[in-house]
Design a protein around this ligand. Sequence first.
Ligand SMILES: Cc1ncc(COP(=O)(O)O)c(C=O)c1O
Length: 487
Amino acid sequence: MPPPAAQTGHAQQSPLSDNAGIPVTLSDHPAITADRAHVWHHLTQHRRFETTDPLVFVEGQGLRLRDAPGREFLDATSGGVWTVNLGYGRASIAQAIHDQLVRLPYFAGTAGTVPAALYAARLVSKMPGLSRVYYSNSGSEANEKVFKMVRQIAHRHRGGRKSRILYRARDYHGTTIAALSAGGQPQRAAQFGPLTPGFVEVPHCLEYRRQWPEGDYGARAARAIEEVILREGPDTIGLLCLEPITAGGGVIVPPEGYWPLVQDICRRHDILLHIDEVVCGLGRTGAWFGYQHYGVKPDFVTLAKGVASGYAAVACTVTTEAVFDLFKDDPNDPLGQFRDISTFGGCTAGPAAALEVLRIIEDEGLVENAARMGARLLDNLRALQARHTAIGEVRGKGLLVGIELVSDRGLRTPAPEAAVQQVVAEALARGVILGATTRAIAGFNNTLCLAPALIATADDIDRIADVIDRSLAHVFGTADTRTTPCE
Ligand SMILES: Cc1ncc(COP(=O)(O)O)c(C=O)c1O
């Protein structure tokens, strides 16, 4: 693709969370005109498109995207929401989908299809201890399957007890009403009540925003989960649902010692452990799955975004044979099987694409590349931290990285959302698409989110860091070139 055309003006919002308009004279490009007139974008205040153009993308290659007016961008978000993990323009994935669709596009989940069967086997070979895959078509839906399985287990096997579900502050599990009820981001659920009963929040584990004075923060944050269990009654709780590393809630890498204790708490209180790998799964964090950094043995794992790298809609709820067996114990019970339907869980494009995605990840060594490039990105950003007092903390694992911005580093005062959005807009104007937490947690929508595709090169990583450097300087003032220690 040719180099980007010169950018002018400031967009208002992050493409991760909002369709950013770059103020230009209103375009008469047919796609932009039609978009402005007829498309309702997610998370977007449309009033701005009365004076700006919506971003409308036309094509992509690798990490590069081109929009309708012909501007080129380097996408540090993998499609806005950490999805296009293998980058744009992958002809072999498109070919795999094409070949499968002309052979057999669909049959509902009551029957099998060849790609669904083969992908399930390939997937669980990467997940020791897990053996069953239930297909659906979004992360929210995959998570709802877990909630339904746990509720059904409670009704059939626990005398109606253990139907309540724990979720963690700052985590996100989807957009449907039940998934929002399991969401630790209050602004996402605001104005959508009444929510689904039976969901209970446990505290987050972000050490930078300490909730307790103890030195061993991992142990303290895990103990906080147990305190909630004891308060609510262990015989009422059937499931603990957590992201392995919180993504959209501010990129929160759990502190040392947290996960083994969480596992132990679940075992002691007979609570099933559900790990939502919708963002972290399939290489993003420099391991096949986020939980595998911590030696955790989950009862459920959910996957969506990266499964087909955005080339098809497919999600997986993966569980153990022990959970599966609970649904076939009594063939004479008409309500004994898992009575759930996912129409589009029967599309074959998803697993056909997913098989090719797995092959590419292995053949191109992308789990390892994510670990290597992630370390480079963290190093680059920590170097910037020494010069930009607006950077409160840099955190992440692999190519899932967050930069928490502050207006006072000593006091750790969160930078206002508007300033964070201005950094995103400045980066966009310089040709790099960043993400940021928006409208998630009041007062704490202050983290830039980076999730470049797993194919990112050292040059891509350095360019992203360079544009962040210049954008921070523009918004927060000239970088402080004295090397000051970072808290
Ligand atoms: C951790 C996590 N789980 C679940 C979801 C919901 O996935 P979907 O938007 O495909 O329903 C998301 C979406 O961002 C997510 O970040």
